[in-house]
Ligand binder design. Structure first.
Ligand code: PLP
Length: 286
């Protein structure tokens, strides 16, 4: 396989960065994960807009134009054989000479790293045979700017590990009694035949998959609302889903060891999963 680092493609074992990189010292960087199906980048514009926003919010210089980003991503996919892959893309504030919390002055060039990963066949691809996943609820211990896709993922990592240790695949996070999101996903519930997801704010990442699910609900006249979800609404929901670019829409069938609804992937999930998959197939020529 091939990765990209600061202007060149290379084997992963040849990619080296300085331990004085601010990404290493301070987790001072941002990232994106962009899926490609059949070699075609999925929702690329939307991911680029979020990348630009993360860079602007952290005052890291954007080293590339949109056309350059697209070319780099397409080359990386080609060099890794095309097909279904995800691109992991990270930009840090760069390598400095001394450890200082304040930004280097004058600025140093940002470090740009990209690699590909495999995409597992998502549950949404086969709604009728999907079995669903388990989740637990945990206190959202993260900072107050979760809208920035920052590489500072220690809390997310600790939370996900707690979920895994409990035999679950995701932690659904609660802040002041309200659902924020998952440790690496956005959260949806279905209550009274309405799809509900928390509104975008500084407390959650504006997920690309989340936005597409909301868009598809509108397009297909499925009632959908962006509003706060309380802990008790979560516990009483007929359906719970978590969404992310690499796992698409995952039905949660058990929350804290209690069945969600009747304990199987729900009918609204099946409908939305079908719309999601046909949208993806049309767009990517699958
Ligand atoms: N929320 C968090 C904290 C995430 O890390 C992710 C993605 O991994 C998401 C939400 C989902 O975002 P997207 O659908 O853009 O992948």
């Amino acid at each position: 396989s091939q990765v990209y680092l600061n202007g060149a493609f290379m084997a992963p074992q040849d990619a080296h960065i300085s331990p004085l990189d601010r990404g290493f010292l301070f987790a001072d960087g941002i990232y994106e994960v962009i899926p490609a199906y059949n070699g075609v980048l999925f929702r690329f514009e939307e991911h680029l807009v979020r990348l630009e926003r993360s860079l602007a919010e952290t005052a890291i210089a954007n080293p590339h134009s949109r056309d350059q980003w697209r070319q780099l991503c397409e080359q990386l996919i080609q060099r890794n054989g095309g097909g279904n892959l995800s691109i992991y893309l990270q930009v840090t504030r760069g390598a400095t000479e001394k450890r200082d919390h304040a930004f280097p002055n004058p600025p140093v060039p940002p470090t740009v790293f990209m690699m590909t990963g495999n995409i597992a066949v998502p549950a949404a691809d086969s709604p009728d045979t999907a079995t669903g996943s388990k989740a637990i609820t945990l206190d959202d211990i993260r900072w107050a700017r979760c809208d920035i896709k920052s590489v500072s993922l220690l809390p997310n990592s600790l939370l996900r590990q707690q979920a895994v240790a409990a035999g679950a695949s995701e932690a659904i996070l609660l802040r002041d009694g309200f659902v924020t999101e998952g440790s690496a996903s956005n959260v949806f519930i279905v209550a009274e035949s309405t799809v509900i997801t928390p509104p975008k704010s500084h407390a959650i990442l504006g997920g690309i998959t989340r936005d597409l699910v909301v868009e598809l609900c509108h397009r297909h006249h499925i009632p959908v609302e962006e509003r706060e979800i309380t802990e008790s609404q979560l516990r009483q929901a007929d359906e719970i889903w978590v969404t992310s670019s690499t796992r698409e829409i995952v039905p949660i069938i058990q929350l804290n060891n209690s069945a969600v609804g009747i304990g199987t992937p729900g009918p609204v999930w099946k409908t939305v999963a079908r719309h999601y998959v046909s949208f993806k197939r049309r767009l990517c020529g699958l």
